[in-house]
Design a protein around this ligand. Structure first.
Ligand SMILES: Cc1ncc(COP(=O)(O)O)c(C=O)c1O
Length: 288
């Protein structure tokens, strides 16, 4: 990413050996299956003041996603070394977003490709934390029952096949919203295009159950643990779009965005009485 007006490139690339190399260095072959088929997995995490946020959890989820598609994962020490190298080389602001990427590698070679990308947090996400978001509910079409029955659909894996999620976000933007929440054919709320969904009902925070084939959100895990310690009740419950309209607060949460309040859903303003500052604080890394 370039810093506006300065022409300076801040984004870093760390190769499989753990070396920081020029951002525009080639690390993939043209016949890499990550490119040809979207066949691979990734993670994205936040680094604040040089401290990777919830790295253990991200490494565990990377391994889980990879296992779901029989993809070999480089050992954890390789990722830790790469993250350390990015932290040391970083010349940007206090926050950095890091992507860990594994692809199935070049066609016919049977050796995965992996690398890390480090970038400033996008201004759009910083705006979302501050101003909240307008969201459209969009059909995903996949029956949640398929999660168990059809593991090849990779429901709940963080695979590189995000073209549908990106298309949903583009659709939302073309229709005067900032983001999308996916809904199952039976009307159940699933997750955002790149986030988990949380609502407040009184002193209870609720999110849809993971059995619906959604990604286990690491940010949601922290939010729920911190909220419980703060005296909130938390739980996983099936929710409809109607439940979102009636809630005292609705948020999209994810590792780099942290929490963004949903202020408008399908063109209708949502209640503005929710514990927005508390949720934002509880979803964020603890200051040390
Ligand atoms: C589809 C989807 N659901 C949920 C999340 C939230 O997960 P996390 O809080 O671990 O970033 C993401 C984040 O990237 C996502 O892409």
């Amino acid at each position: 990413m370039r810093v506006a007006g300065s022409g300076e490139v801040l984004g870093l690339l760390v190769n499989a050996e753990g070396d920081v190399i020029p951002r525009d260095s080639p690390v993939l072959r043209a016949d890499d299956l990550g490119v040809l088929r979207g066949d691979g997995v990734f993670e994205r995490l936040l680094v604040v003041d040089g401290r990777p946020d919830l790295l253990d959890e991200h490494l565990a989820r990377l391994a889980r996603s990879a296992a779901m598609m029989d993809l070999p994962v480089p050992p954890e020490r390789v990722w830790r070394r790469g993250v350390d190298a990015a932290v040391r080389a970083w010349r940007g602001g206090a926050e950095m977003s890091v992507r860990l990427v594994i692809t199935r590698g070049a066609e016919g070679v049977d050796a995965p490709t992996w690398y890390l990308l480090a970038d400033p947090v996008s201004p759009a996400l910083l705006d979302q934390r501050r101003d909240g978001v307008s969201v459209l509910s969009l059909e995903r079409g996949l029956d949640p029952e398929l999660t168990e029955r059809a593991p090849w659909l990779l429901m709940g894996a963080k695979s590189l096949s995000y073209a549908v999620n990106m298309a949903a976000q583009r659709w939302a933007r073309e229709h005067d919203a900032d983001d999308a929440i996916f809904v199952a054919p039976d009307g159940q709320v699933l997750e955002g295009a790149t986030s988990a969904v949380v609502i407040a009902r009184g002193r209870t925070l609720l999110s849809p159950p993971l059995s619906l084939g959604i990604l286990p959100s690491i940010t949601l895990g922290r939010l729920f643990a911190a909220a419980e310690a703060d005296g909130w009740r938390v739980g996983f419950e099936r929710l409809t779009v109607h439940d979102l309209h009636r809630a005292e607060g609705v948020w999209l949460v994810s590792s780099v965005r942290l929490a963004a309040r949903v202020h408008t859903l399908d063109g209708k303003p949502l209640a503005d009485v929710g514990p927005h500052e508390q949720v934002a604080r509880l979803a964020s890394p603890r200051p040390v």
